[in-house]
Design a protein around this ligand. Structure first.
Ligand code: COA
Length: 238
């Protein structure tokens, strides 16, 4: 059973055994597999200047193993868009308490593209929306490759471009601001069959947040009287 855990400076001690595998996985995935060589470090961990105490992580843990993750950095702190890619945002710089920047979303290779149960990447996209709604965020800024856009469109993430895509190391990259709202969260839950919030907030009782409600089951289909089912073929003509 995959669980999504919120990990921040307030409960990091409870997850200390996960951080080394987490940074190693990031190195394997981004440096070795994706060949983002600017992130290479001789110690085999991918850690950058935005992995600070203020970063919040979602860890997807299955049977004690980290199988996926995502990082959220408050835009009041230095972040990828403000420090590394400011030219991708041709609008006002985003520096708002109600907007976090998302980055480093990954699923380990053997758990990608799953068909049994909710896909882990969809679970992460749903979970981060739950996180945002719970703590009162209105949006997520992201620097991403443009192949994400149709995926966002399909699952109902509303992404607003902040500038034009630019080619970087053979990738088309752009900056977006994604709406964070309860309607999107509810719709995502419906798509993956979740009836209630999914996040585990272990050790975070002190965090100021709104507990999201369980979701009502879909309305039952209305039962038609028996005679209305027995149509002649001609009944369907319009
Ligand atoms: N370039 C273009 N398309 C990509 C892609 C890439 N680097 N990575 C994934 N996709 C597309 C796949 O082509 C696939 O499309 P299809 O379903 O039409 O064939 C789709 O996304 C599904 O990808 P897949 O990897 O099979 O499974 P997933 O949806 O479970 O996981 C990710 C998606 C992004 C979480 C996973 O591919 C991953 O962890 N990648 C490495 C980390 C990464 O690059 N993260 C994004 C930048 S932070």
């Amino acid at each position: 059973m995959s669980e999504i855990h919120v990990v921040s400076k307030d409960n990091r001690r409870l997850y200390k055994n996960y951080f080394d595998p987490y940074f190693r996985l990031r190195h394997d995935i981004y440096v070795k597999q994706r060949k983002w060589m600017a992130l290479d470090r001789p110690d085999g961990r991918e850690i950058d200047q935005f992995d600070t105490d203020e970063a919040v992580y979602l860890f997807c843990i299955d049977d004690g193993r980290l199988i996926g993750a995502m990082r959220a950095v408050p835009t009041m702190m230095p972040n990828l868009m403000s420090e590394i890619f400011p030219y991708l945002n041709i609008r006002e710089p985003i520096q708002r308490p109600d907007v976090y920047e998302l980055s480093r979303i990954f699923v380990i290779p053997e758990r990608r593209g799953e068909h049994a149960g909710p896909r882990i990447d969809m679970l992460l996209l749903t979970a981060i929306m739950e996180y945002g709604v719970s703590v009162g965020l209105s949006g997520f800024s992201i620097v991403l490759e443009s192949w994400w856009l149709p995926r966002f469109e399909r699952c109902g993430w509303k992404a607003h471009p902040l500038g034009l895509p630019q080619m970087m190391d053979g990738m088309s990259v752009l900056a977006v601001l994604v709406d964070c709202d309860e309607t999107t969260w509810t719709s995502l839950c419906g798509q993956i069959g979740l009836r209630k919030p999914t996040l585990t907030w272990r050790g975070l009782a002190g965090v100021n947040r709104r507990a999201l409600p369980d979701l009502s089951p879909p309305a039952p289909l209305s039962v038609q009287p028996a005679q209305s089912v027995l149509h002649d073929a001609g009944d369907y003509a319009t």
